[in-house]
Design a protein. Structure first.
Ligand code: NAD
Length: 414
């Protein structure tokens, strides 16, 4: 995989969108770096009595249109570069989704597989104690890789223990029984599914006969693959970190989920051929959904991509060089800030429910998600057309930058 800085990739997009969208130079200067970055080291007493110190970050990228919100990533190789990139992606994603929120991201560099549940709980609680977020109108941490509903429940409890009052809107992605929302866990995968259908229609790909490959079979990839399979699409290849499986007639996705639960990997699925992740990306399919990690489609493999449409489930899966190569080949692409914005959109509904103390049924959540993400997609597509580029990515970023520019002007920042 390319070692390219994912934050630099984000800045490349930012600056190209700023140029094509004729965005105020003052706005562009402000957005070259986060508003503030918290660095902290969290000491944890391990079960064996020794102390381990974990590096943690919280990046407040921009709060021009609203309070900082979302994402806490825990992984062994977490870098500040990646957290900054995720911070600007959140800033853009909220604006494209019509959400009055700023962008933030946080994280802890830790290998959860080496920590007991008790150690994980102490680590996540200590993250909140060290960050001491100031509530729903200032900074609302949410989940990302390595932080599921349990971690967010600990974060909420720690926050409420500190403040002495219940405030479900202070933390996102928590379980429904603690004031979370229905449909939250599958929101991003469902969003990918919705925009994939819209883009396929726009670009003349008949889903009935289309072959689809999905890289990553986690919270995003497995939901998108299941929903596609559910409407009769042929998902021919799926992978996880260990590698992938391929069957030209289409994989039985519900059976593959059971196989993953039983064996811990998608590999060796009966009736399918094992392939590498690299093979999955370059396999001849109509639609490719990279839903694992960043920079997987890069200058080394972009020329080999055969899909007609790419829908970015992951954040930053395509580098700047690869983007240009794909465009030159006429491959259509729905960018991350639109395609995987379902989670951010439903987090907004979660916060709205927490603040109003009135909770929605799943039908309302899904119908509202559908409406918002379709608007994000069509506005980005149309903005791209209006400025004369085939890049929906650039269209989306211009769409967001126009809102940030207006907010900064009205606030008197530029
Ligand atoms: P996850 O941890 O649930 O699943 C990740 C999947 O990718 C797993 O199947 C894992 O085995 C696989 N994987 C990990 N490293 C890989 C590698 N190097 N090559 C191939 N496969 C690899 O994570 P997720 O929540 O599904 O998130 C996936 C991507 O989507 C990330 O980029 C994340 O930032 C992005 N995203 C997630 C959400 C969300 O709501 N979960 C929202 C927006 C964006």
């Amino acid at each position: 995989m390319s070692e390219q800085s994912v934050f630099q990739v984000a800045l490349n997009t930012l600056n190209e969108a700023g140029r094509l969208g004729n965005i105020d130079p003052g706005v562009m200067t402000i957005l070259q770096a986060p508003k503030r970055i918290f660095h902290f080291r969290i000491p944890i007493k391990l079960d064996n009595g020794t102390v381990q110190v974990f590096q943690a970050y919280r990046v407040h990228y921009s709060d021009a249109v609203g309070p900082f919100r979302n994402g806490t990533r825990i992984r062994p190789k977490l870098s500040l570069d990646e957290v900054q990139a995720l911070g600007i992606f959140m800033t853009i994603k909220h604006c494209v989704g019509g959400i009055p929120a700023g962008g933030a991201k946080g994280g802890i560099r830790a290998d959860l597989s080496t920590l007991s549940i008790g150690e994980q709980e102490r680590l996540v609680r200590a993250f909140i104690r060290n960050l001491h977020p100031k509530g729903p109108w200032a900074d609302v941490p949410g989940a990302d890789i390595g932080t599921g509903e349990q971690a967010m429940a600990w974060m909420l409890d720690e926050y409420e223990q500190i403040t002495g009052e219940h405030c479900p809107a202070a933390i996102n992605d928590k379980p429904p029984v603690l004031g979370g929302t229905l449909g939250g866990e599958e929101a991003t995968g469902r969003g990918v599914f919705i925009v994939l259908q819209a883009a396929a229609k726009d670009f003349g790909i008949d889903l009935a006969g289309a072959e689809i490959a999905v890289q990553g079979f986690g919270q995003v990839g497995s939901v998108a693959a299941s929903l596609l399979h559910g409407i009769g699409c042929r998902v021919v290849a799926v992978s996880d970190v260990n590698g992938g499986v391929y069957n030209k007639s289409g994989l039985d996705i519900p059976a593959l989920k059971l196989h993953l639960a039983a064996t811990g990997t998608v590999l060796d699925f009966p009736g399918a051929k094992n392939i590498t992740n690299e093979e999955l990306l370059t396999t001849p399919v109509d639609i490719l959904v990279p839903a694992a990690v960043q920079n997987v489609i890069n200058a080394d493999n972009a020329a080999e991509i055969k899909a007609r449409l790419i829908v970015e489930g992951a954040n930053g899966p395509v580098t700047t060089e690869a983007d240009a190569i794909l465009m030159a080949k006429g491959i259509k692409l729905v960018p991350d800030v639109v395609a995987n914005s379902g989670g951010a959109i439903v987090c907004h509904f979660e916060r709205t429910q927490g603040l109003s103390d009135e909770y929605w049924d799943l039908e309302r959540v899904n119908a509202s998600l559908n409406k918002r993400i379709m608007a994000a997609y069509t506005n980005s597509r149309d903005r791209a057309a209006a400025v004369g580029t085939a890049s929906i990515r650039i269209g989306a970023w211009i769409e967001a930058l126009k809102k940030i520019e207006l907010a900064m002007k009205l606030r008197g920042w530029v």
